[in-house]
Every structure is written in structure tokens, then in C-alpha cells.
Ligand binder design. Structure first.
Ligand SMILES: Cc1cc2nc3c(=O)[nH]c(=O)nc-3n(C[C@H](O)[C@H](O)[C@H](O)COP(=O)(O)OP(=O)(O)OC[C@H]3O[C@@H](n4cnc5c(N)ncnc54)[C@H](O)[C@@H]3O)c2cc1C
Length: 130
């Protein structure tokens, strides 16, 4: 994976892999009130930190909180927690892999987890279908 081609047309700082370099607060290094979240960014953290929608959500929340704090003249304080949560769905069964700084879990491949993922998808997407 590397960054989008349009990054090359900017002065944004880049990681060795071509992503937009951010600090632990998701703030773009060396820029004022500029934040990055999700796959486009490169963030300090453990080497297993995933490029996942869940991680993008956590980074986006921290970035918004920090940007609003800066607009109020306060320093950015929010740091997204590093969390890998993956329900690997093979259509009739599923396997859960979860990792944080505190724990590391891998559940066996069972049909219940396939249905759990289907349920989660419906619940998660509802907010965007309103
Ligand atoms: C096959 C696959 C399966 C995955 N499965 C999972 C999973 O089960 N669970 C999970 O958590 N994560 C999963 N991921 C990872 C997840 O999709 C990404 O981590 C997540 O979408 C990142 O969100 P984002 O908003 O940073 O980027 P994106 O979702 O990629 O959004 C970026 C958006 O910017 C738009 N864009 C790009 N360039 C421009 C431009 N120049 N102008 C305007 N718009 C632009 C793109 O069209 C896109 O809509 C999967 C990824 C892939 C590829």
C-alpha cells in the first residue's frame, strides 16, 4: 500500500510508505489545524496497528475532538486507542481476531460469528441510510 497519487501534488509530510505523516493526536506533522484519519494517514503506534474502518473511526473521532479543542485555544489531547477488531467472514462461518495493547484474542471459526457480522453490518450502516 502507498498513498494516493494526489498527495504528490502537495507539500504534506509523508511517511516512508507514502502516507500522510501524523503525530499521536492525528495532527499532520508541521501543519496548523490540519488532521488526517484513516487509510491516508501514518500514525505512531504498535506495528500491528491496522488500516481498518474501525481504526479510521477512532482516529476521526480523536481528530475532530482535537481540531475543535484547537479552535477553542486548547491543546490537542485526544489520542485514538490502537485496536484491531476483525471478524473474518467466510459466508457460512466467521472467526474473530481482536488485539489491543492489553489483550490478544482469536476465536475459532463458527457459524454464529458469520451471523454476528451480518448483524453488525446492518446496525452500523443504519446511521448512514437515514
Ligand atoms: C477488500 C477490503 C475489505 C476490507 N474489510 C474490512 C473489514 O471487514 N473491516 C474493517 O474494519 N475494514 C476493512 N477494510 C479496510 C477499510 O475498508 C478501510 O480501512 C477504510 O475504508 C478506511 O476508511 P477511509 O475513510 O480512511 O478511506 P476510504 O474508505 O478509502 O475513503 C476514502 C474516500 O475518498 C475518496 N477519494 C479519494 N481520492 C479522492 C479525491 N481526489 N477527491 C475526492 N474523493 C476522493 C474515495 O473515493 C473514498 O470514497 C477492508 C478493505 C478492503 C480493501
Amino acid at each position: 500500500m502507498t498513498g494516493s497519487p494526489w498527495f504528490d501534488a502537495t507539500d504534506l509530510p509523508r511517511s516512508p510508505g507514502g502516507m500522510i505523516q501524523a503525530d499521536a493526536h492525528c495532527k499532520v506533522t508541521g501543519y496548523d489545524k490540519v488532521y488526517v484519519a484513516g487509510d491516508a494517514g501514518s500514525f505512531p503506534g504498535p506495528d500491528w496497528m491496522p488500516k481498518q474502518a474501525h481504526m479510521a473511526d477512532l482516529q476521526a473521532k480523536a481528530a475532530v475532538k482535537n481540531l475543535l479543542a484547537e479552535f477553542k485555544g486548547q491543546p490537542p489531547r485526544a489520542i485514538p486507542k490502537s485496536e484491531l477488531i476483525c471478524l473474518i467472514d467466510s459466508f457460512n462461518s466467521g472467526m474473530l481476531v481482536a488485539r489491543t495493547e492489553k489483550y490478544n484474542i482469536m476465536l475459532p471459526d463458527i457459524s454464529l460469528l458469520h451471523w454476528a457480522k451480518r448483524g453488525f453490518e446492518q446496525w452500523y450502516i443504519r446511521q448512514y441510510l437515514k
